[in-house]
Write a protein that binds this ligand. Sequence first.
Ligand SMILES: [Mg+2]
Length: 262
Amino acid sequence: MTADPAGLPADLIAAVERLCRTPRLLVAMDFDGTMAPLVPLAGDARPLPAAADAFAALAQLPGTTTALISGRALASLRRVASPPREALLIGSHGAEVWLGPDARPLTLTEDQARLLGQASALLRDIAGEHPGTLLEEKPAGIVLHTRMATDAVAAAAVEQAHLALDALPGVYLSAGKRVLEVSVVRADKGQGLRTLRDAVHATAVLFAGDDVTDEHGFSALGPEDVGVKVGSGQTAALFRIDSPEAVGPLLELVLDSRRTRG
Ligand SMILES: [Mg+2]
């Protein structure tokens, strides 16, 4: 496949140009590992300037809606991403949705809240016994981060967490890159994408992401949409770019194509 100077594959460029002729486009982007390079400490993540600039410019275009769709809790996503005011936000893999000031915040049922307390207590014990692991609390879940642990300790912690939590009905586990997500709300990025698509009556969607949890999103795409996997690994996405550094050129291409559509 020939590539243009920005490093985008030719088939992706053609697909984006076709996509951008749609009446109402949704540009939905994962954040960590996609808009922003992966970093050891989640609080240090920031979007790459080229990606952030093009994303902000897209948010201003007519017939174009931008969204971030992330595994992060919404509050954390806002803090690190500084999204444009117009951008819609999906956090906690779809459990938290922000579609504007009137959107309802997530509330847990009593059962869900009790379950989350149980799961958190079990994970706190496990994290305490595995150096380099740490926990992140979310409105509907808790996350075991193992990026700072040795491989052996990380694997042991995740295995113990599965042993402790797999038996709890109503608790959903999903593994990402060096994270184990524990949620009491069944949500995934496919569901998140469908929510966004319906909310803005999008006629086509661009979705890009780097992690295994993004595969639910790619699977929710139709033939009119474009899914872009960032980096290596198996994927249901039809297109791939090498790294977050290529996301800026990708969004710039969308911006140019959207501005000049007939
Ligand atoms: Mg990601």
